[in-house]
Design a protein around this ligand. Structure first.
Ligand code: PLP
Ligand code: COI
Length: 367
């Protein structure tokens, strides 16, 4: 079990909430939370300034943040975020899953966006204290979790284009059920003509700008009746990269798996990495190799491709049943959930929720 060592470097001051939600209001809000719509009572805010470093760390009421209209984030989108979850363990306690990886990826994103890194210990302490304080917001729904959203943005009032000298790090919590509201056994994806990321760009960073650029393509996917958008590479518009908010895996009839390589243009998913580890530990062959849209279609049609799934913190492991686009429309396998997809999902969820042994040291119990 991983440990989150304490460091006295930056003390997080607790500020009392004058009017937290009543138990009745909270229970109503978390009864069927969906994804990303319900928020808990508190948040953490920590400031950073050049020459001063991290300071002014407060765990207090969740409330609007005042920003100068010239704050760099509002003009040049200097912003990064993470997505992680607190899980309910079989024994009633809560856990974080590979929080150190989220902290490390947050700092990798910070470097790419010319922002200050935050000590991993402070990142995880902020997350942990917030989750412990708002634990009663854990939703009582199947597959429920407390979705954790740490983020950082440039607050310096300055319109020149250069890295800002003042930033805010914030953590909020959102009780969550399923990411996909359709509740369908498998999702349908739309192959976009737009590009998400090019070599040398910010595709491997978790910055808001990547998601802003994905909104029109995602809107086209929704308008065509699909759940998510698939992005192809920028140069040849041929190689499958990832979905708008998830990585992709392919399962073949010989029992092997394939996922696109971390080329610098896709997000290095922590779920992706965990599934690679679990699959390889089981003796499955997993290739991190380029896979083209034409091959995807040919393999689905010939039956060589038997399953496909999307994975990410929000979506966990979600089967992909149908693929469509301007010139393509095909079904994968039966169009529903596949066997290997289900067993990998179950293994991952069992570790996250403490019903299977955590042999990789991925789980940190917190409350
Ligand atoms: N790809 C993108 C673009 C994402 O937004 C996410 C979600 O965070 C992922 C992949 C999956 O990453 P992870 O498994 O770390 O949540
Ligand atoms: C996540 O899976 O945590 C994500 O950030 C994906 C999406 C909600 C942006």
């Amino acid at each position: 079990m991983a440990t989150l060592a304490a460091s006295p470097a930056v003390e997080i001051i607790r500020k009392a909430h004058p009017s937290p939600a009543s138990a009745e209001a909270r229970e109503a809000a978390i009864a069927d939370p969906g994804f990303g719509k319900v928020f808990t009572d508190h948040m953490v805010v920590i400031d950073w300034a050049e020459g001063k470093g991290w300071h002014n760390a407060v765990l207090g009421p969740r409330e609007p943040i005042a920003l100068d209209p010239a704050a760099s984030v509002l003009h040049y989108a200097q912003e990064i975020f993470e997505g992680m979850k607190a899980y309910r363990m079989a024994d009633g306690s809560m856990s974080l899953f590979r929080a150190d990886r989220n902290a490390a990826r947050f700092n990798a994103s910070a470097r790419r966006l010319a922002m200050p890194e935050i000590p991993e210990e402070l990142f995880t302490r902020a997350v942990r204290q917030l989750v412990e304080l708002d634990a009663q917001w854990f939703p009582p729904v199947a597959g429920g979790s407390l979705y954790i959203r740490p983020f950082m943005f440039a607050t310096e009032p300055f319109l020149g284009v250069r890295p800002a000298k003042q930033h805010k790090f914030v953590v909020i919590l959102s009780p969550a059920g399923n990411y996909f509201k359709s509740g369908a056994p498998a999702v349908s994806v739309w192959v976009s003509e737009f590009t998400r990321a090019a070599r040398g760009g910010t595709g491997a960073a978790k910055c808001g700008g990547n998601y802003a650029a994905s909104l029109v393509p995602t809107g086209v996917a929704f308008d065509n009746g699909h759940d998510q958008v698939v992005f192809l590479d920028a140069e040849e518009h041929k190689w499958i990269e990832e979905l708008g908010g998830m990585n992709l895996f392919f399962v073949f009839d010989d029992g092997t798996l394939l996922t696109p390589p971390l080329s610098g243009t896709i997000l290095p998913g922590i779920t992706r990495d965990s599934l690679l580890t679990l699959a390889r530990a089981e003796g499955l062959e997993v290739r991190e190799e380029r896979y083209s849209i034409d091959q995807w279609e040919a393999d689905a049609k010939s039956g060589r491709l038997v399953e496909c799934f999307a994975c990410g913190t929000a979506a966990v492991v979600t089967p992909v049943g149908r693929v469509a686009g301007k010139d393509v429309d095909f079904t994968i396998g039966s169009g529903g959930p596949g066997q290997l997809t289900g067993s990998l999902r179950d293994k991952l969820v069992a570790i996250q929720r403490g019903t299977a042994e955590d042999t990789h040291g991925w789980v940190t119990k917190i409350a």
